[in-house]
Ligand binder design. Structure first.
Ligand SMILES: NC(=O)c1ccc[n+]([C@@H]2O[C@H](COP(=O)([O-])OP(=O)(O)OC[C@H]3O[C@@H](n4cnc5c(N)ncnc54)[C@H](O)[C@@H]3O)[C@@H](O)[C@H]2O)c1
Length: 448
């Protein structure tokens, strides 16, 4: 491992820059600063920059009380200016990696970040890509941009590595400080330098032989989740048709101490990872004349779930002699998972859009998502921005049906069941309410 950068890392005098201060980048910048490094976030959104410099966090897992001392001690600051990278020794790229509406990888943010680094790159710089992406991105996309723009070689002048992020927003047990990190460098030295830095954060580090292996590790992990969620979704639909309560079945299966891991059915998959990452692998696989059937099948199953939820609503309304067209539907929980405010690619989006498309009047409530925009796509042409409705008796009385897409711990589902005419529960949030005719549970017998 090279002396001077390694030494700076060990002494924690290296300066760290994090490009993209979102769910991944902000906790990383904070962890670096808490480890004693000088950390700077380079972020295109000026409001986020202002917030961080005022020690105000916009990410649930990072508290203002954590930010404040770091900002006050000058260990953490943010800027929109890429020139800050000139003083950095270690640069992490934590920008989004979305897909297009046709589900192909959209690397524009990674490319922009690499183009921003390239003219500021200096010998001994360590660049680590953390954005989730297909195998080959670090070597085939990032490396040439950095080398062309800097005139330096990634083999001999600077260090380049990929280290996937495993952060699980809202998870109180596993954080940036104790979740093992995987890292693969372009060279053995790059792996060693990047691993040395990551070890300073406190978590164990597992080294792999290349950026490609590290990239595929992340996609394996997320594809594993997507496929298993699809499996339980499929069996939940079968159980529903057979008149068996699948939630009871999962609880029973969970008692097996080995060889079974519980996954839960629901209205679909959401967030920045599970609905997107497998498509990155599927897309790349085609370059090798390889068709990833499990990924395709899982996507098909998971993406069909919002349609099924809407079907349950339609069936429930039909039971009461009502049509979906013109019905008042209250969607509960638009965040993509419990207890957080991230609503990106949430299954609630498609549920709401399908309801609007079919003529329903919709409102939603989510304590963590004050505003939510749907539409602007092939399902609902014009974008519609909705505001979270108060969860009071008037709202519940307004609704012909309340549809629980995501259950949050702070929401009182007993109160909802008490006052709503009908509840379609896609995540078993009403488990404590027992069997009631007005509750239609996904994956459970349809109430008579
Ligand atoms: N959110 C998660 O739970 C999670 C977990 C593991 C991995 N990841 C991956 O990490 C990456 C980042 O995800 P995220 O959830 O943090 O995204 P995010 O949208 O929360 O944050 C990304 C930030 O990057 C900024 N940005 C965009 N382009 C930029 C540029 N060119 N220069 C500087 N800043 C720029 C955005 O303004 C935003 O603040 C993605 O590849 C994602 O798949 C996310």
């Amino acid at each position: 491992m090279n002396g001077s950068l390694a030494e700076k890392i060990m002494r924690r005098t290296a300066h760290v820059a994090v490009i993209g201060l979102g769910y991944v980048g902000l906790p990383l910048a904070v962890a670096s600063a808490r480890a004693g490094f000088h950390a700077i976030g380079v972020e295109v959104n000026p409001e986020r920059v202002e917030a961080i410099n005022a020690a105000h966090s916009y990410i649930e897992d990072v508290g203002d009380d954590t930010l404040r001392p770091l900002v006050e001690d000058g260990l953490l600051r943010a800027t929109t200016d890429y020139d800050a990278l000139r003083d950095a020794d270690v640069v992490f790229i934590c920008v989004p990696t979305p897909y297009t509406s046709q589900r192909t990888p959209d690397l524009k943010y990674v490319i922009q970040a690499a183009e921003g680094i390239a003219p500021r790159l200096h010998p001994q710089h360590l660049v680590v890509l953390q954005s989730t992406t297909y195998p080959g991105t670090t070597v085939e996309v990032v490396k040439p941009i950095l080398e062309r723009g800097s005139g330096l070689s990634a083999e001999s002048d600077f260090y380049l590595a990929f280290s996937p992020e495993r952060i699980d927003p809202g998870n109180r047990r596993w954080s940036a400080y104790n979740t093992p990190k995987v890292v693969g460098g372009l060279t053995a030295e790059a792996t060693a330098v990047a691993a040395a830095f990551l070890r300073q954060m406190g978590a164990p580090v597992h080294e792999v032989s290349s950026p490609d292996a590290a990239e595929l590790t992340k996609l394996l992990e997320n594809t594993f989740r997507a496929v298993n969620i699809a499996l339980v979704n499929e069996i939940a639909l079968l159980a529903e048709r057979m008149g068996i309560d699948f939630w009871e079945v999962i609880e029973a299966a969970k008692t097996k101490p080995f060889g079974f891991m519980p996954f839960y059915p629901g209205a679909g998959v959401g967030g920045h990872c599970i609905p997107i990452d497998p498509y990155y692998l599927l897309w790349k696989a085609r370059e090798y004349d390889f068709y990833t059937h499990f990924i395709e099948l899982a996507a098909e199953t998971n993406e069909a779930m919002p349609y099924h939820v809407v079907e349950l609503v339609r069936r429930g309304l039909g039971r009461a002699g009502k049509a979906l067209k013109g019905a008042h539907i209250l969607v509960l929980g638009v965040a993509f998972k419990a207890d957080i405010g991230d609503a990106r690619n949430s299954p609630a989006l498609r549920v709401l859009e399908l309801l609007v498309r079919d003529g329903a009047e919709v409102r939603y409530h989510d304590p963590y998502v004050p505003r939510y925009t749907i539409g602007g796509d092939v399902f609902v042409r014009e974008p519609i921005t909705l505001e979270s409705a108060p969860l009071d008796e008037a709202t519940l009385r307004w609704a012909d049906a309340a549809v629980i897409v995501t259950g949050h711990r702070v929401v009182d589902y007993g109160h909802i069941v008490e006052h709503a005419a009908m509840v379609v529960d896609s995540c078993n949030a009403t488990a404590a309410c027992g069997k009631q005719d007005k509750i239609i549970r996904l994956g459970a017998p349809f109430p008579s």
